[in-house]
Design a protein around this ligand. Structure first.
Ligand SMILES: Nc1ncnc2c1ncn2[C@@H]1O[C@H](COP(=O)(O)OP(=O)(O)OP(=O)(O)O)[C@@H](O)[C@H]1O
Length: 967
């Protein structure tokens, strides 16, 4: 509702009170000054577009006085486009949406009626155009340019171009006053794409008209041309008003004069015919425009009453048969078009599908390759882990094996001690029985038996034997633990090897690239070599242990031989001194003994042994085997655990070395090499079944053991090594470096042992009885240290001990005491000098002299040999007395000659063989700790000190004996 109030109305004017000019008008919609272009468009024009497309006519025209915003509403600005642009945009959008089914043709024309003349705004040079009415009563502009386009942007450009051609002049009322009526006609022809004989064409026309504003001359102050323009404008608008008035009249027979102006003629259909028409009436809120507003509203109100009959503009085209050809051609072209469209769509779809398939394939491939890579990495990781585990287990087994070896060596030593004691006990019992037999006349048999029994049981075991039994019990326990651990590890090793074998089968199948295969193969080869190296080291260690064990046996025999020599010589001296009768047979035997000494048969045997030992050590390990690093020369010589520590450090070194990503080889005994990627070396093949080599058990017969270990079935008076296992070890030679290191180790131990021996000798009171002994004892250590290098080869060889006669001839050391010479001659002879001894010797007959000469010759020969070996003269020989000490051992307190023990004087207060008098320091027996703490950890820390102590003791003994045999 629009309420128009009269600004001139005076409420106090009684006379005009009943003639109020205030009026209310009702419209479909009214906009105030806040309304936007879009709101106006939506409320007025938007609803017409669908009708136009489907064949209905429609008209939107802006009506009102000048300067009230008609052009603004219809055309708008670039930023606020008006109805023209908005309508066309929507029109083309709808056409596009339905163009699949319908065929559209859109034409546009733009004209102006200026001073009752029609101008083509799209083609101004075409001049003034005439209006014509066709046979169907439709008003047409003859010669008007109809632009066919379906592009909204193009239409906008045309509109802008045409609008510039529109006559626009400034007036007093409007700076941009339009001096003409502008008519934009858009014709939409729509037909179905389905061809038929009867073709239906829908033609919708849309008129969008921006009328010129009615103006009053007084208001516009127009003169001349402007005034003339105004007159024309007003006339045409008056005609429009008249038409509206006529159309709006409700009376039946009305006459509408459209012919008064070109505007009404053009809008004939729009106003009263077949058209949906929207009239947008513009008014000014200014009180000065009251009259114009009232007129406008009055016309708009009247126009409201105009009723039009709208019908769809259909053109049914019935084609003639002659046109069928064209129709068919059209249809074919349409079919082709549709086919192309379908093909294009199909192509696009298939492209999309193909792209999808390709994407899917690529994705699948990517996933597959990623999975494959992950799987390969996983397998490789597993393989490396199995190799690593194999390596670790082999290493631990090696350590356990070494432990086992040490235990066995120590056990054998203790068993020997016990066996010796058992023999001693038997001898004592026998002796006691003989004594008892002599007294049997006095006592009756029953008493004797009971006494015998009592006496036997009363024999007290020496502490070293008890200690040996304790040690054996501990060692047996330790051996059990080690064996159990070994079994578990071997079982685990088998499992891991099986796993590795499976991986070995899987991996070549999975590896696609030859390069990968090669790299992996090389990697495995490296680890194979690593494990081979470990195995060889293990064997080298075992062999070293075996050699030490063998040397120990040799030393024992040599010790024994030394005693025999001593006894024979002394007894021979007694015989000669007292001119005792010697049976022929004994004489012959003695001759044979002398011959043997002269010919040096035993020396040769020892030489052979030395050569064998040396050969074993000389045969180098292959270069890939990292040599064992034994004692460093710079190590602390006071340490009791030198060699053991070094062994431990070697293990640490190995462990460190294997910590990097190393792989042990894949050993598959059953698989043929051709089917394998990772082959086992011949060496590994050869020793793979003896990876865990067990040294031969030490058999000691006649031993009474409280708890005999399984691998030590019974006692034996000798150590025996299995020849088979020895052969196995001989296959594994030592490198030069290793040999050197062993020698260095021996040197360290030798120096240390000599130092200890020196201390012991100094502490021994008996040694102080002989003045030179003290000197030589102190000298010996120095000498040893000095000449160690030159002695080393002989140290390894373990030269035979020199004859005791030689020591006596030297007469400078305490060996005469230690060999029992003094004792054999009685207490009175203890102070007798060696010279006296020699003088006595010269008193013999010629035969004896000859023998002496022979012995002297042998002595000289040996002495000269010692010079040759050492390269030094007398001082070395003098110092050699310290090295003539027999082997020290906690179990060597007694020496047994031909089964008869020579007792240690200290426990029994009888005859003394000084060989047994030297005792090792206490620390030497107990040991300080496990030689390898890592091993202790691996074996659950159950390793007792006695194992290591025993091992250390053995090494020390070897070192001393090595020196003993040198000069
Ligand atoms: N709604 C509106 N918002 C902003 N400015 C408007 C609005 N309506 C009209 N105008 C401004 O008023 C001035 C006159 O408007 P316009 O030229 O559209 O009037 P008209 O009715 O077309 O005049 P004439 O009949 O003389 O051509 C123009 O500068 C136009 O920008």
């Amino acid at each position: 509702m629009v309420v128009l109030m009269d600004p001139m109305e005076d409420p106090d004017d009684i006379l005009r009170a009943h003639r109020s000019r205030e009026k209310s008008y009702m419209f479909d919609v009214a906009f105030d000054y806040t309304a936007t272009q879009d709101e106006v468009y939506r409320a007025t024009t938007k609803g017409l577009i669908e009708g136009v497309i489907s064949g209905y006519n429609a008209t939107v025209f802006a009506y009102g006085p000048t300067g009230c915003g008609k052009t603004y509403t219809m055309l708008g600005t670039d930023y606020e486009p008006g109805i023209y642009v908005r309508t066309l945009n929507d029109l083309f959008r709808v056409i596009e949406e339905t163009s699949d089914d319908m065929e559209y043709k859109v034409t546009m024309s733009y004209l102006e009626i200026y001073n009752e003349m029609i101008r083509d705004l799209l083609n101004p040079p075409s001049g003034f155009l005439e209006l014509r009415e066709d046979s169907k009563g439709l008003i047409q502009v003859a010669g008007i340019t109809e632009v066919s386009t379906i592009n909204a942007k193009e239409i906008m450009q045309l509109l802008m171009k045409g609008n510039k051609q529109r006559t626009q002049e400034p007036t007093a009322a409007n700076k941009t006053s339009s001096r003409s009526h502008a008519v934009l006609q858009v014709t939409v022809r729509q037909k179905s794409r389905v061809k038929n004989i009867m073709q239906e064409i829908r033609v919708g026309r849309l008129f969008m008209i921006d009328l010129a504003g009615s103006e009053r001359a007084s208001q516009t102050q127009n003169r001349g041309q402007r005034m003339k323009e105004g007159a024309h404008i007003n006339r045409s608008l008056l005609a429009l008003g008249n038409c509206i008035n006529a159309l709006s009249e409700k009376s039946g027979n009305k006459y509408v004069n459209y012919r008064d102006s070109k505007l009404t003629r053009l809008l004939k259909d729009s106003l009263g015919g077949n058209s949906r028409t929207v009239m947008i009436a513009h008014i000014s809120p200014a009180s000065s425009a009251f009259e114009e507003s009232r007129n406008t509203l009055t016309y708009a109100d009247r126009a409201k009453n105009i009723k039009t009959r709208v019908k769809r503009n259909l053109m049914n085209v019935s084609y003639h048969i002659a046109q069928y050809t064209n129709i068919i051609t059209d249809l074919r072209s349409e079919i082709q078009r549709l086919k192309k469209k379908i093909d294009a769509q199909g192509l696009q779809r298939s492209k999309n599908e193909k792209a999808d398939i390709r994407n899917v394939q690529a994705e699948v491939q990517l996933h597959a390759s990623q999975y494959k890579r992950r799987e390969m990495d996983r397998l490789r990781e597993q393989l490396i882990n199995t190799f690593q585990e194999q390596m670790d287990i082999r290493r631990v087994l090696m350590e356990l094996e070494n432990n086992h070896m040490e235990i066995q060596i120590n056990t054998s030593r203790h068993l020997l001690t016990i066996a010796d004691w058992e023999q001693e006990k038997t001898r004592r019992v026998r002796k006691w029985r003989e004594e008892m037999r002599k007294e049997s006349d006095i006592k009756d048999d029953s008493e004797k038996d009971s006494d015998t029994a009592d006496d036997q049981s009363d024999i007290l075991e020496p502490p070293e034997v008890m200690s040996a039994r304790e040690h054996i019990a501990k060692l047996v326990k330790g051996q059990k633990i080690v064996r159990k651990q070994k079994l578990e590890l071997e079982k685990r090793f088998k499992e891991i090897r099986l796993r590795a074998r499976k991986l070995e089968e899987i991996l070549p199948k999975r590896i696609s690239s030859e390069e990968q295969r090669e790299v992996l193969s090389l990697l495995c080869k490296v680890h194979e070599l690593e494990i081979e190296n470990t195995e060889m080291k293990s064997n080298a260690l075992l062999k070293d242990n075996m050699i030490r064990q063998k040397n120990y046996v040799v030393q024992r025999f040599e010790q024994h031989r030394y005693l025999c020599d001593e006894i024979i010589q002394q007894q021979r001296q007694i015989i000669d001194d007292h001119n005792l009768f010697v049976p022929q047979q004994l004489e012959e035997l003695f001759e044979m003994y002398l011959r043997e000494l002269e010919e040096g048969r035993l020396d040769r045997i020892l030489a052979i042994d030395r050569v064998t030992t040396k050969t074993l050590k000389d045969n180098s390990l292959p270069m890939i085997a990292r040599p064992l690093k034994l004692a460093e020369p710079t190590q602390d010589l006071d340490s009791d655990q030198d060699s053991v520590k070094t062994f431990g450090s070697e293990k640490q070194l190995l462990r460190h070395k294997y910590r990097w990503n190393t792989l042990p080889p894949l050993v598959n005994e059953n698989e043929s090499d051709t089917n394998r990627v990772f082959k086992t070396s011949p060496y590994v093949q050869r020793i793979k079944n003896s990876v865990v080599m067990t040294p031969p058990p030490i058999r000691v017969t006649g031993m009474v053991n409280q708890e005999p270990p399984p691998t030590i079935p019974n006692t034996s008076s000798h150590l025996n090594s299995s020849p088979d296992s020895t052969d196995t070890f001989q296959e594994v030679p030592l490198t030069h470096k290793e040999r050197k290191q062993i020698l260095s180790s021996t040197k360290s131990i030798a120096v240390k042992a000599a130092r200890r021996r020196s201390k012991v000798l100094e502490a021994d009171n008996r040694l102080h009885l002989l003045e030179p002994t003290k000197e030589k004892s102190s000298l010996s250590l120095h000498s040893l240290s000095e000449t160690e290098d030159s002695f080393l080869p002989e140290v390894v060889g373990y030269r035979r001990l020199p004859s005791p006669l030689l020591h006596h001839a030297a007469s400078e050391d305490n060996l005469s005491t230690s060999t029992g010479e003094m004792l054999s001659r009685g207490p009175n002879n203890q102070t007798e000098s060696p010279n006296t001894w020699q003088r006595t010797q010269k008193k013999g007959n010629k035969k004896q002299e000859k023998r002496d000469e022979s012995l002297d010759a042998r002595r000289r020969k040996r002495r000269s040999r010692s010079f040759e070996v050492t390269g030094q003269g007398l001082p070395r020989q003098k110092n050699g007395n310290a090295r003539f000490r027999p082997m020290e051992s906690n179990s060597d307190h007694k020496i047994y000659v031909n089964g008869q023990p020579v007792q240690n004087p200290r426990p029994h207060g009888k005859t003394v063989f000084p060989i047994a008098k030297v005792k090792l320091p206490q620390s030497h027996h107990t040991g300080k700790s496990s030689p390898n703490p890592h091993i202790a950890n691996i074996s659950g820390g159950s390793r007792s000190n006695s194992w290591g102590g025993g091992m250390t003791c053995l090494e020390t003994a070897i070192g001393k004996n090595g020196r003993l045999g040198i000069p």
